[in-house]
Write a protein that binds this ligand. Structure first.
Ligand code: SP5
Ligand code: ZN
Length: 343
């Protein structure tokens, strides 16, 4: 299988995050990509190709609001204009009952365009964000040209990014952008299967009213787990989209037995939908050793995921999302891919 990545991901580094009462170095680190690339080489998964530059912003604008994209493009200039240069994060958000009103100052704008404190910006963030879109579009072209599968090793991840909100380490929604790209390039139907530990709230928001892009998410029960405000089983889509969103919340401690039952149901939903292509939002934070998550998948489970996805018989574009057990992430990511290839 071919992997696509951009070395420009590294420009997004030394971020911070709000976590359990402290400002900590972000868990979402550049080294995540290094461990995956090392394992790809070790196993001989296939060629690693550098992302081809695309008009990333135009592709993203098919699923995100242009004022949101404009803000991210302009953010570092606004930040410098305040005399600052260090990493930032939002700290004030409109809550229930407040007005949906766009402020003028950068501090307010950060809150307006985010839903949590995980949208940490540094000088190179925007370049890295666009490079992840380059990666996913380059991989999509490989699928369009006949590859059965491809792996877009995106960083930063994307599935929490909504129409006009960053958060959860995500800025542009890579999976949603590429699903829309497939629709714009001949696919009648696209399934997005999100197996990150966290609910893919951004992807859900983007496609909630649509019947041409199916969204299925397996995740920790958001009654008790991040991102808390979406991901319940009764969220099924709206209007024409009703019945095309499927959520499988699962309790803390879920291991392969429980997880795989939901996964099997998800795979059957995809087969019933009959997509031209499947986009997999591949989070590896379901791993038992993940430092911020509470599922119990083991190394040996990841190849089984890949093998079952291959059985669907549709082209699969894997898009990297979360996974923070940095030293194990390569084994688990490449395990999915070798399982898909039946080796
Ligand atoms: C892409 C992705 O996986 N984003 C995840 C963002 C999660 N951010 C908040 C996590 C809060 C976890 N708190 C647990 C504390 C354990 N020390
Ligand atoms: Zn996650």
């Amino acid at each position: 299988m071919k992997t696509v990545y951009s070395p420009r991901h590294r420009l997004h580094a030394d971020n911070q995050e709000l976590n359990a009462g402290a400002i900590l170095p972000a868990f979402e680190l550049p080294a995540r990509v290094d461990f995956i690339l090392d394992r790809i080489a070790e196993v001989g998964l296939g060629p690693v190709l550098e992302a081809v530059p695309h008009d990333a912003v135009a592709a993203a604008a098919r699923v995100h609001a242009t004022d949101y994209l404009d803000f991210m493009a302009d953010f570092w200039r606004l930040w410098l204009a305040e005399g600052r240069s260090g990493p930032t994060m939002p700290y004030v958000w409109p809550a229930r009952g407040q007005r949906d009103i766009r402020p003028d100052h950068v501090n307010g704008l950060m809150g307006y365009y985010s839903f949590d404190g995980g949208g940490s910006f540094v000088e190179g963030t925007w370049e890295a964000v666009k490079s992840a879109v380059d990666s996913v579009l380059t991989a999509a072209e490989m699928i369009k040209d006949g590859e059965k599968a491809a792996y877009a090793l995106c960083r930063p991840p994307g599935h929490h990014a909504g129409i006009s909100t960053m958060g959860g380490y995500c800025f542009i929604n890579n999976a949603a952008t590429v699903a829309q790209w497939f629709r714009d390039n001949g696919a009648a139907r696209v399934s997005i299967l999100d197996i990150d530990y966290h609910h893919g709230n951004g992807t859900q928001e983007i496609f909630f009213g649509r019947d041409d892009v199916e969204f299925i998410s397996l995740h920790a029960d958001t009654a008790v787990a991040y991102p808390f405000f979406s991901g319940r089983a009764d969220e099924i889509g709206i209007g024409e989209g009703e019945g095309f969103t499927h959520n499988f919340p699962m309790p803390f401690g879920t291991a392969w037995e429980g997880w795989s039952a939901s996964f099997e149901a998800a795979c059957r939903l995809i087969a019933d939908f009959g997509p031209d292509v499947v986009v997999v939002s591949l989070g590896l934070d379901t791993f038992e050793g993940d430092p911020i998550s509470r599922f119990k998948l083991r190394h040996e489970d990841y190849p089984k995921i890949g093998a079952r996805l291959a059985k669907i018989g549709k082209p699969v574009l894997f898009v990297q999302e979360g996974g923070y057990a940095v030293a194990d992430i390569g084994v688990n990511a490449v395990g999915v891919m070798t399982g898909f290839e039946g080796r």
